[in-house]
Write a protein that binds this ligand. Sequence first.
Ligand SMILES: Cc1ncc(COP(=O)(O)O)c(C=O)c1O
Length: 491
Amino acid sequence: MSLDQREAPYLDAVLRYRETGYTPFHTPGHKLGKGAPEALRELLGDPFLQADVAMAGGVEDTRESTHLIRLAEDYAAEAWGSDRCWFLVNGSTSGIHALVLTLCGPGDEVIIPRNAHKSMLAGLIFSGAVPVYLEPQVDPLWGIPLTVSAEAAQRALGDHPAAKAIFVTSPTYNGLGSDLAAVAAAAHAAGVPFVTDQAWGPHLRFCPELPVDAMAAGADAAVVSTHKLISGITQTSVLMARAQRINLARLDSMVAMTQSTSPQVLMYASIDAARRQMATRGAELWRGAIEQARWARDELNKLPGIRCLGEEALARRGVSSFDPTRLTISSCDRGHSGYELETVLRDDYRIAVEAADPLNIVLNVTYGDAHADLEKLVAALRDYAGRRAGQAGGSGSAACTGLLARTPAFTRQVLSPREAFFAPSVALPLAACTARVSAEMVTPYPPGIPVLGPGEAVSDEIVAYLQEGARAGLKVHGPEDRTLRTLRVVA
Ligand SMILES: Cc1ncc(COP(=O)(O)O)c(C=O)c1O
């Protein structure tokens, strides 16, 4: 089958629906904008409201009864090189849930990176599966997790022959890629399906100058967030899979279980449009973005006290590719935190970044950025570096860097995440938690790798680290009490 990738059947159907001008006796209640509050109309505009229908609203019937959504997904499957694709309206999060539920049941082992996205933890709780962790190293200069190495994956597959699947996150948030072909070969030699969380790589397939795409490297399934780096609107993602090692009928049921039954057609239309844009013009568009990002990186690295992560990352253990369009920028050598950089860029220069932590900021560069946008970024940081030259950093990051070097190791999984999640639990003062079993996840940033997950033994070392972290103002995600005065443990 060869489809004409210049077509966008779902997008066209939505446009046709709006142009036809139906009298709507269907959801949502604002009735194509006619009943919408004025403030909402001002925010969204009539063209949006006139196409704000759920799938049953006339564009087509239901997923089961018509072919339109399946046809658009077939175009995507061909574009991304998979047997089957599903459009998702709850992000890659729901794709990961669907994959874990398809591949693992209660008590099954699944090999995952220790710093897997938190949707993986929910997948483990839903399914009852037990994680076997691949522990990525942390880059000591940047405080970011490096990639999972093929050797570590191979070792885990050898040590856990009953594992039902291996998941790898690639590229990472900072654009570092694993050797996916080697992990795929190791997984397949062990007879295990290989899944890539490629949330940060919806674009890779479409430009040869970018790191290799998961499906091209031999993955059995992948999720890509079309809303992160290409033109899908927020929350849209695509799940893709091959039939050889994955039961596509079961995956189809799990996708249905993890999605809304009222998907917004504009979301689907935007995935269809993004796929067409990538399949027809992706290489050209991304070559432009790569050039812009490289220019900005070179300029930023000339500024005193500022550095921007680049291809030198390829020398780190396990890192086999780098996406040059991801900008990780730091001024922490001068004690200026990523939060400080983020605030200054936002308040003084009206520049909004993707993320900030005590050490770095992260920015996305895509085909949507003009050269003037990158010039504005470089000029702002040049100005900032000049203004701050010779001044000590405000919030600093030394304590954070010191803590990083002593991040405690994984202890032991006493209960499955699901057992710990549903067990009666109690919040105890942190000092009283040694030798207890954690009921929650605790992930310090940096480096964004959990020190505890539900069901894991709490050690002396972890308590001491978290106490020191709390004193140093370490930011943690996951626990109910983010001040870390207490920790929820299994009762
Ligand atoms: C590595 C990774 N996987 C999955 C996700 C979830 O993606 P989404 O926001 O599309 O649900 C994220 C979100 O940031 C992510 O960073």
